[in-house]
Each structure stands twice: as C-alpha cells, then as structure tokens.
Design a protein around this ligand. Structure first.
Ligand code: NAD
Length: 356
C-alpha cells in the first residue's frame, strides 16, 4: 500500500479484484459471476474510468439486496435470425450478460458478415468500451447505443432545466490487425454521473459546463446531484444540442428499436439501473477490408499526429492509464471508505487487502 495523502489509498489490481470478488461472493454470487463482475470493474479502474470501477459495487450490492438485481442470470434469447439477436438480460448482472451476449453477437457476425444485438432488461453493463474491445479482439468493428433507465433521469435535454435522460453512452470500435483497436466510448452527457460521484466523494468541483442547479444556472458543485432528497440539479449533454440529439437517438435505438423501453416508459421508482442496448458487429472480411484497415489506420494516425501539438487517438488515454496503473490503482478516501464499509457489512476485512 502506498499513501497518496493522509487518507487516499492505492491497491494492486490483483488485490482489488480479490476484494471485489469477495464482496460479490459474500452477497450471493457464484464464483464465476463474481470473477466476471470484478474483472470488468477493476478493468474500468485500470483504464482510468473510476466512475465505472469498483465504486459501483455499493450500488450493485444494494440492488442485489433489494432483489432488483438477480444473481446467476444468463442471456435469454427472445428471438433470432441469421443476423439478428434479441436478448433478455433477465435483470442479471450486466457484466456477465453483456460478455456472453457480445460473444453471441460476434458468432453471428462471423457467419452473416454483420449482426445486430438488441439487449433488454439488463442491469448496468459498465464501461461500454469493454464490449467494443471484446468484439475487436475477435476482429469485429462494432457500434453500441445504450440507454440508462429505471433510475432518476439525470441529464437535461438541451434547452430544458430538469433531467429527462440518462447518460446514454455511444461507442464505436474498430480492430487494427497487429495493433491496438481504436475505440471511441463516451457518455452523451458532458461527463458521466459516476464522475460527478467521484468528484463529490473527493470534495472537488466538476468542470464548468457540466452541471446546472435546480434553477437552471450553471454550477460546478457536484453536490447538486447528491442532495439527500434526490438530485436538485442536472447534467448537461456533451456538445450542447449535438450531444442531446445523439442521446435522444441512443434512447430510441436501444429502448425503442431494441424493444426494451425508453426512459419515458421505465420508471425510476425501482432504483434498478437498466441498460438497454443496440449493438452491431461488422466483420471486415465481409467488406474485403480485413487486411486494409491496419495500413489505413496507421496512415490516419500518422496524419493526425503530424498536427503540431499533442494528439492522441481515441482509446489511447485508456491504454496509457492501463500502463500507469498496472502495478497500483489509486483510490480516493471517499471511494475506499464506501467500499470498505460495504465489505465490512458483508463480514469481510477490507484492510487485509491493502497489505503486502
Ligand atoms: P471520456 O470523456 O473519458 O472519454 C470519451 C472518449 O474520448 C474515449 O473513447 C477516450 O478514449 C477518448 N478521448 C479522451 N481524451 C482524448 C484525447 N485527448 N484524444 C483523443 N481521444 C480522447 O469518457 P466519458 O464520456 O466520461 O465516459 C466514461 C465511461 O462511462 C465510458 O466508458 C462509458 O461507456 C461509460 N458509461 C456507461 C454508462 C452505462 O450506463 N453503462 C453510462 C454512461 C457512461
């Protein structure tokens, strides 16, 4: 354990995985489920997205204990054709459902050239880039549009003062033979809700342009989203009207085209994070570009990086973070306290995971 300041901590990825797995096991998950969930959450921490890392566990385990997140679920195929797949997540862990569903999608794309997955009624599927990486590892380009229903609508529609949308992520990924996939994975809000939570826990302000208060005035205080009686402010969409337009379409793609329901028909009262999704996988071989992409991607990267300054490719910040955090993941005191309290409530000794 290395100290960042008086109370922040750092922990090895292995120990954090072990703690997260123990928490899932103690709350009733079988070993395989606990491992898949922990692996995905710690990977989010490794990529620098602490908002989608182990800090989600208090929310997940609360949902398990209230019976709104079901353990041991597998993707249930509702219907399928040669190139389409409708999957009911049965309220199970998004990490296990989406991992299996992404493989099923890729299996179809391998045969049909391209395939579409409609995912319904699944608990939080975490960092969407993980699924684009999984598809890219199998050689597929992919697209994901996701809505976030069943909880308070935290994102204001452009021009509105109250939240009506989730952070509705969109993700695009492309495999590069012999290189790293290029992955653009983002919330359509200016920042993810989890990042507001991380800022709130750290006691720091968020970037200007991210939040409005109850009166619709710009604010940098993350506290407006964590008032005891519910959020009094709202997140703004990224890129003003453009992010709003993408968010509304993510809602319609995942919730309407995908059939799982939009935020307008899935009420927040359950406090059950529901991710509906449309995912598309495309086999470059079917387009005759399986060997062409790598050269063109390299040319594009060189061209972009020839712009004076410091240019990165999408997905590069996550790779850099993975390298920087490979031996040790920093965690702010607020995040650690919540995780440690959860562990203790399940009869575990969190501090033992900081040793060695
Ligand atoms: P972000 O703003 O940190 O990054 C967005 C994208 O921009 C990434 O692909 C990143 O690689 C790229 N990027 C960042 N800096 C760059 C630079 N300088 N040059 C080039 N590319 C750069 O991400 P975010 O919007 O805060 O989203 C965080 C995570 O939250 C994502 O993984 C998203 O899937 C996840 N999320 C999940 C849900 C859910 O309900 N499951 C909801 C919202 C967000």
């Amino acid at each position: 354990m290395g100290c960042l300041n008086m109370s922040d901590i750092s922990i090895t990825p292995d120990k954090l995985r072990a703690l997260a797995t123990a928490i899932c096991r103690a709350s009733g998950s079988a070993e395989a489920e606990a491992r898949i969930v922990s692996e995905n959450l710690v990977d989010a921490n490794l990529t620098g997205h602490d908002s989608h890392g182990v800090g989600m566990l208090p929310i997940y385990i609360d949902a398990v204990q209230r019976g709104v997140l079901k353990l041991g679920m597998t993707p249930k195929v509702v219907s399928e054709t040669a190139a389409t797949l409708v999957v009911d997540g049965q309220r199970g862990y998004g990490q296990t459902i989406m991992k299996a569903a992404t493989d099923m999608l890729c299996d179809k794309a391998a045969k049909a050239g391209a395939a579409v997955l409609a995912l319904r009624a699944t608990h939080h599927i975490g960092r969407i880039g993980a699924w684009a990486e999984q598809a890219a590892a199998r050689g597929f380009a992919s697209f994901f549009a996701v809505d976030v229903a069943g909880v308070d609508a935290k994102v204001a529609p452009h021009g509105g003062r109250e939240g009506r949308l989730g952070t509705n992520p969109i993700c695009l990924g492309i495999p590069v033979k012999g290189g790293h996939p290029v992955i653009a994975d983002m919330a359509t809000s200016r920042i993810a809700v989890g990042k507001v939570r991380v800022a709130f826990n750290k006691g720091v302000q968020v970037d200007p342009g991210s939040l409005i208060d109850a009166a619709g005035n710009p604010t940098t205080d993350p506290g407006v989203m964590f008032a005891p009686d519910g959020p009094t402010g709202a997140l703004l969409t990224m890129a003003a009207h453009k992010g709003y337009a993408l968010s509304a379409l993510a809602e319609l793609f995942s919730g309407a085209l995908g059939g799982g329901g939009t935020i307008a028909s899935l009420p927040p009262e359950t406090r059950r994070i529901t991710n509906n999704a449309i995912a598309v996988a495309i086999d470059p071989a079917a387009l005759g570009t399986a060997d062409y992409i790598a050269g063109e991607a390299a040319r594009l990267e060189a061209w972009l990086k020839s712009s004076p300054g410091d240019v990165l490719l999408p997905g590069e910040p996550e790779r850099r973070s993975r390298a920087a955090r490979a031996a040790s993941i920093p965690m702010d005191a607020g995040n650690w306290t919540q995780l440690a309290d959860l562990a203790r409530s399940l009869g575990l000794d969190p501090d033992s995971y900081l040793k060695g």
